[in-house]
Ligand binder design. Structure first.
Ligand code: CP
Ligand code: NVA
Length: 311
């Protein structure tokens, strides 16, 4: 039985370094159990409510399948079909839902909505993506790196692209949590949130790991063990798509950029991807890419999280 120190997971900062290692080890065990057909129904009779205000392929399916494999059940809740969309408050929705279910996963726009929900929920709340954070994806990313490299501490992660989005913020927090060095490169005006950066910088300084921002993507990727990117236009930013295509042009992850990374560097992308925009087909479909293991690991990493929070 794990001794977790968290109730809600709204950002990677809600997880301690010890929790992270226990979650990753447990996820790897359950991954093997799935492959070998060994039952692991730790959540028999438990229900997860899942609120989706934005589209999803991986998050919805991996949480729902994860609950089934753990012997529990997941309910997909569209705000359009709930009283939330007719003006019932987030506070009352949280109070009511937590009388029925054992945990709640939310994907929405504003991060403060998830914070308000968690404040009024008597059961654990998991952030399944907001405009500012995507912690469950980064848990799977760290699992994928750990699986491949057998370590996290001391490795260097480079992120190239939109620095001010959910993935970058959670990657910065997650990399520092794991003891990795983090190097970010974004165009002017798309730098990471100052709050996330300053907190991460203080933690990195305390533990002696590196955190650097470069406007030049080649500098950020130099010597990196893992290169990560994400879409240039996130959900909710669609009206800026044409402008972003232009601004981010020189921040594409292509073979020339990957050549600057360390030998055997991994390429990760949370998906969905736009080949020819943030990454070329040669890279995402090439030998350094681990994007489908990364997508699969959403299932295993989240099961470890669900088991920890709901059991
Ligand atoms: N990576 C990720 O969160 O994918 P979905 O949007 O499909 O859930
Ligand atoms: N940054 C992307 C991640 C999608 C999983 C978005 O928010 O659309």
């Amino acid at each position: 039985m794990m001794t977790s120190t968290f109730n809600h997971v709204l950002t990677m900062n809600d997880i301690s370094k010890e929790d992270l290692h226990e979650l990753l080890e447990d996820a790897l065990v359950m991954k093997q159990q799935v492959k070998k057909g060994i039952p692991h129904e730790h959540l028999r009779g438990k229900t997860l409510g899942m609120i989706f205000e934005k589209a999803s392929t991986r998050t919805r399916i991996s949480f729902e399948v994860g609950m089934t494999q753990l012997g529990g059940h997941a309910i997909f809740l569209s705000p359009r079909d709930m009283q939330l969309d007719r003006g019932e408050s987030v506070e009352d929705t949280a109070r009511v839902l937590s009388r029925y279910v054992d945990g709640i996963m939310i994907r929405t726009f504003s991060h403060s909505m998830v914070e308000t929900f968690a404040d009024h929920s008597s059961v654990p709340v998991i952030n399944g993506l907001t405009d500012h954070h995507h912690p469950t994806q980064v848990l799977a990313d760290l699992m994928t790196i750990y699986e491949e490299k057998k370590q996290l501490d001391g490795l260097t992660m480079a992120f190239v692209g939109d620095g001010n989005n959910n993935m970058t913020h959670s990657l910065i927090q997650g990399a520092v949590l794991a003891g990795m060095n983090i190097q970010v490169s974004s165009p002017s005006g798309y730098e990471p949130s100052a709050k996330v950066w300053n907190e991460a910088e203080a933690k990195a300084a305390a533990q002696g790991s590196g955190i650097h921002f470069y406007s030049n993507p080649y500098k950020a990727v130099t010597g990196a063990d893992v290169v990560v990117t994400d879409v240039w236009t996130s959900m909710g930013d669609e009206e800026e798509a044409a402008e972003r295509l232009n601004t981010f042009r020189s921040y594409q992850v292509n073979e020339a950029l990957m050549a600057k990374a360390a030998e055997g560097a991994m390429f990760l992308h949370c998906l969905p991807a736009h080949r020819g925009e943030e990454v070329t087909a040669e890279v995402i479909d090439g030998p350094q890419s681990h994007v489908f293991d990364e997508a699969e690991n959403r299932l295993h990493a989240q099961k470890a999280l669900l088991k920890n929070l709901l059991a």
